[in-house]
Design a binder for this molecule. Structure first.
Ligand code: ASP
Length: 456
C-alpha cells in the first residue's frame, strides 16, 4: 500500500521516499527533465534525466527518489511542497495515459460541459475539483461530529418508497413483482423521519439523497441532490433554529469560512418581501462577495397556504408543518385560511435558500384538517396518509426538523456558482448522467417482465 501522500514529502528532506501518482506536467531541458507528480494531496517537483523521456502527462507512475531541499532562489511559494524536490533514483510506469480530451491542469470553467461530464473521472483530477470533493468530505465529517456530540443518531430510510408531497414531480420505478405498480424515489425522507420520532429515536439525522423530477433550472441540480435531513422530538421552532445555527457556525468556521453576522438575522416573510422583494436575498456588500464572506439569515412566519390556480388551497412549503400555535384554532375551524402562518423556517445564505423545515402537526386531527383544507376527501386522506394518522394515534411526540442542502451549502463555502462543481458525478442540464449513458432504453425482456409497453 502507498504510505506517503505527496504533501508529506516536505517533512522528508534527506530521506528516500516511494511516491505514487500522476504526471501533472513535464518540462524537458534535454539532459534534465522536471516532472510535477500529482496525487490527491498536491504536487511535488521531481528531477530526473533522459531515462524519463517515454513518460507522458497523466501517466500513473511509481517513483523512488531522494527528497532534497530546494535552494532559496528556487523555492515555489505557490505549492505546499515548494521548498523541496525529489531526485529520481528509480521509476516505473504503472498506467499509460492517452492524450486527455481536455486540459486537466486548468480550472476548467472554460471547457464544454458535455466533455467535462463525459470524462468526469478526468475532470475530477483537476486541482479545483479534487479540492471541492475533499472539502465535501470534510464538511460532512464535521457535520457528523457535531451532531453525534449532540446525541443525534444517523439512520437510513428507504429509497424505493411511496410518493410524498414536496411539491415536485416524482421519479417512478416500476415493480416487477406487482406489474402496473410503482415505487417513487423519495423527494425527501419527510414521512420516514417523522415515523422515527414516533418510534422514539428523538434525534435523527441522515446525509440523505433526494430525487425530484423538476424542470432543469439554473439554481437547482436536476434529478438528485443531497440534504442533511434532521428531525428532533420535544422541540419548538426556536430550538431547531438554534441548533441548526450552531451547527452551521461550527462547521463553516472549522472550514475556515467567515460568517457575516452572528446570531443570524431573522426576517419575517412579510419583512423580507418588503425589504428584498423575495424570500431569499444576499446580504453581502460587493466587497464581502469578493472575500467570500457567508451571509446567513432566517426567514420565518410564512403563510401556511396559498391559492391554487383553480381557486382552492395548497401548502406553501410542507403539508406536515404545524401552524404557529396562535393559529391552531383558526386552522381547525378552517377560518381565514390565507392568514394562517406556519412554523416553517427557511435558512438563507448568500442569496440562496439553503434549507428549510418546520415544527410538525403531531396530532392526527390537525394533520387531517390540513389535507381537508387542500381539498382532499376523507378517502383520499385515508388512502395516502392513513399510515401517518394511524402512527400519530399511538403516542406521537411533538417534533420538528429541517433539511439544509449539502450541495448548495458547499457552493456557498467554496464560492462556486454551479452545484455541478461540488457534486462528484452530477447530471448534465439535460438530465443525462455523468460518464454513463442514462437514461437509456430498457431491453424488451425487461419491459415484458414489468408489463410495460413504450408508447412513443
Ligand atoms: N422535507 C423538507 C424538504 O425536503 C424539509 C423539512 O421540512 O424537514 O425540503
Amino acid at each position: 500500500m502507498k504510505t506517503l501522500f505527496i504533501d508529506q514529502t516536505v517533512d522528508k528532506v534527506g530521506q528516500e521516499v516511494k511516491l505514487y501518482g500522476w504526471v501533472d506536467s513535464i518540462r524537458n531541458h534535454k539532459k534534465i527533465i522536471f516532472l510535477d507528480l500529482r496525487d490527491r494531496s498536491g504536487v511535488v517537483q521531481v528531477v530526473g534525466d533522459e531515462k524519463l523521456t517515454n513518460i507522458s502527462t497523466e501517466d500513473v507512475v511509481y517513483i523512488k527518489g531522494l527528497v532534497k531541499k530546494r535552494p532559496d532562489k528556487l523555492v515555489n511559494p505557490k505549492i505546499k511542497t515548494g521548498t523541496v524536490e525529489v531526485e529520481i533514483k528509480d521509476f516505473k510506469i504503472l498506467g499509460k495515459s492517452k492524450t486527455p480530451p481536455m486540459p486537466i491542469n486548468t480550472a476548467g470553467y472554460e471547457i464544454d460541459e458535455e466533455i467535462r461530464q463525459k470524462y468526469r473521472y478526468l475532470d475530477l483530477r483537476r486541482r479545483r475539483l479534487t479540492n471541492n470533493i475533499v472539502i465535501r468530505s470534510q464538511f460532512i465529517q464535521f457535520i457528523r461530529e457535531f451532531l453525534f456530540a449532540k446525541k443525534f443518531i444517523e439512520i437510513e430510510t428507504p429509497i424505493l418508497t411511496e410518493s410524498t408531497p414536496e411539491g415536485a414531480r416524482d421519479f417512478l420505478v416500476p415493480s416487477r413483482l406487482q406489474p402496473g405498480n410503482f415505487y417513487a424515489l423519495p423527494q425527501s425522507p419527510q414521512q420516514y423521519k417523522q415515523l422515527l420520532m414516533v418510534a422514539g429515536f428523538e434525534r435523527y439525522f441522515q446525509i440523505a439523497r433526494c430525487f425530484r423530477d423538476e424542470d432543469p433550472r439554473a439554481d437547482r441540480a436536476y434529478g438528485e441532490f443531497t440534504q442533511l435531513d434532521m428531525e428532533m422530538s420535544f422541540v419548538q421552532r426556536e430550538d431547531v433554529m438554534a441548533i441548526t445555527e450552531a451547527l452551521m457556525i461550527d462547521v463553516f468556521e472549522k472550514m475556515e469560512a467567515k460568517i457575516q453576522k452572528k446570531p443570524f438575522p431573522v426576517f419575517t416573510y412579510e419583512e423580507a418581501m418588503k425589504k428584498f422583494g423575495a424570500d431569499k436575498f444576499d446580504l453581502r456588500t460587493e466587497d464581502e462577495k469578493k472575500q467570500n464572506i457567508q451571509a446567513f439569515a432566517w426567514v420565518v412566519d410564512f403563510p401556511f397556504f396559498e391559492k391554487t390556480p383553480e381557486g382552492g388551497w395548497t401548502f406553501t412549503h410542507n403539508p406536515f408543518s404545524a401552524a404557529k400555535p396562535e393559529f391552531k384554532e383558526q386552522l381547525l375551524k378552517k377560518e381565514n385560511i390565507g392568514e394562517i402562518l406556519t412554523t416553517q423556517y427557511d435558512l438563507v445564505c448568500n442569496g440562496y435558500e439553503v434549507g428549510g423545515g418546520s415544527i410538525r402537526s403531531h396530532e392526527a386531527n390537525v394533520l387531517e384538517t390540513v389535507f381537508e383544507i387542500m381539498g382532499y376527501s376523507k378517502e383520499q386522506i385515508r388512502e395516502q396518509f392513513g399510515h401517518m394518522l394511524e402512527a400519530f394515534s399511538y403516542g406521537a411526540p411533538p417534533h420538528g426538523g429541517i433539511a439544509p442542502g449539502i450541495d448548495r451549502l458547499l457552493t456557498c463555502l467554496t464560492g462556486e456558482k454551479s452545484l455541478r462543481e461540488v457534486i462528484p458525478f452530477p447530471m448534465t442540464a439535460g438530465g443525462k448522467t455523468a460518464v454513463m449513458n442514462a437514461p437509456s432504453a430498457a431491453r424488451p425482456k425487461q419491459l415484458k417482465e414489468l408489463g410495460i409497453k413504450i408508447n412513443k
